[in-house]
Design a protein around this ligand. Sequence first.
Ligand code: PLA
Length: 420
Amino acid sequence: MASHDDISASPTAASDSVFAQLVRAPEDPILGVTVAYNKDPSPVKVNLGVGAYRTEEGKPLVLNVVRRVEQQLVNDVSRNKEYIPIVGLADFNKLSAKLIFGADSPAIQENRVTTVQGLSGTGSLRVGGEFLAKHYHQRTIYLPTPTWGNHPKVFTLAGLSVKTYRYYAPATRGLDFEGLMEDLSSAPSGSIVLLHACAHNPTGVDPTLEQWEQIRQLIRSKALLPFFDSAYQAGFASGSLDADAQPVRLFVADGGELLVAQSYAKNMGLYGERVGALSIVCKSADVASRVESQLKLVIRPMYSSPPIHGASIVAAILKDGDLYNEWTIELKAMADRIISMRQQLFEALLSRGTPGDWSHIIKQIGMFTFTGLNTEQVSFMTNEYHIYMTSDGRISMAGLSSKTVPHLADAIHAAVTRGV
Ligand code: PLA
C-alpha cells in the first residue's frame, strides 16, 4: 500500500511536470522592450519601444473627449452589460466603415461593405486572416520587408502561408518602389497582399499617391487581393484623417474587393480597450451579407463576441459632430507634438555634429523613426544610456519629450562615434 508520503512527494518535483520539456520562450521583440524597461531602476531610463503616445511629462494620455464620453456612459443607467452581437455594435461598425471609406463611399451606399468589430488591430487582422484561410482560393499573403513583427505570426497562425515583397531601401532610407513592383508582379495571381494603409511600421516610409495609383493598377491587373492594415489612421503626417485614408479609398473607388483592419489604439488612445474593426468590401450586397455570415462562424468559437465598452466610446465620438471635432483637435495636438519631437531630435544631432545624414528623422512619418542604428548600437544605447527601443533601430517618437531628446541625442552620438 502506498504511504501518504509517496503520493505527495512526487507532484512537487519539477521534472515530473507534464510541461517539464517546455523551453522558455523569448520575450516579444516589441512588448518585451517594455518588460526590460520596467525592470531597470535607472532614473534616466526612456522607453521608446512600443508605439504608445506619451505627454511632454512622459505620461500616458487619455484624451479629454474619451474621459467625457466615458463619464456619460457610466452615468447612463439605461445601459446594461448584456452580450453584444457576434459582429459587435452596429453603430460602431457603420461609423468605422465611414471613417475609413468616407461618408460618401459608394461601396457603403450600395451595402457592399461588411464590417465586424474586432479586438483592436491585431484581432481584426487575425479574423480576416482566418476567414481568408478558410474561404479564399489563394492562401499566400505577401508582407512588406520589413513589417510589424507580429504580422508573420498572426497570418501564419491564421492558416496562411507568408511570403514577402521588397519595400524599404536601407541605402536611401526610402521606398524601394521598383523592388516592390517587381515582387508584386511576380506574385501568383490571386495572392493576398498586406499593405500598411499609412505611416508604415517600422519604417515611417509611405508610397506617394502617384505610386499608390501604380500599385493599385498592378494589384488589380494581377487580380491580387489587397488587405490593408490601418493601425495609424490619425493624420499624424498630414493632419487629416481623410488624407490618411486616401490609399484605401483609391482601391475602393475602382469597385474591386479588399479587406481593411482598423485600430483605435493609437488614434483614440484606446490601447488597452482593444477596439478595432475588420471591413470587407465586396462586389455586391448579396456577397457581403454571405461574407458576414461566415465571419460570425470565425468569431464565435474564437471569443464569442467582442467587448462593449471601448466600442461604445468610439461610436459616441464618431456619431456626434461636436465630439468628433473635439477628437480631431486632440488628435492634431498629438500629431503636432510628434512632429516637433522629430524636429528637436534632428536639430540635437546636428548641433552635436553626429556623423551621418539624419534628415530621415524629419522626412519619415507616423509614430516611428527607423533610425538606421544597428543591433549592436541599440544594445550599447540600452546598456549605457538606459534607452529602450526595438533591436531593429526603431524608436517611438511618441514616447519622446523635450526633456528626453538631449539624452537620446547623446546616446545616438556616442553609439555612432564609438570606436571611430
Ligand atoms: N498593425 C500594425 C502595423 C501595428 O504597428 C500595430 C501595433 C498593430 C497592427 C496592432 O495594434 P493593436 O492590436 O493594439 O490595435 N504596433 C505597436 C504595438 C504600436 C504592438 O507591437 O503591439 C508597436 O509598437 O509596433
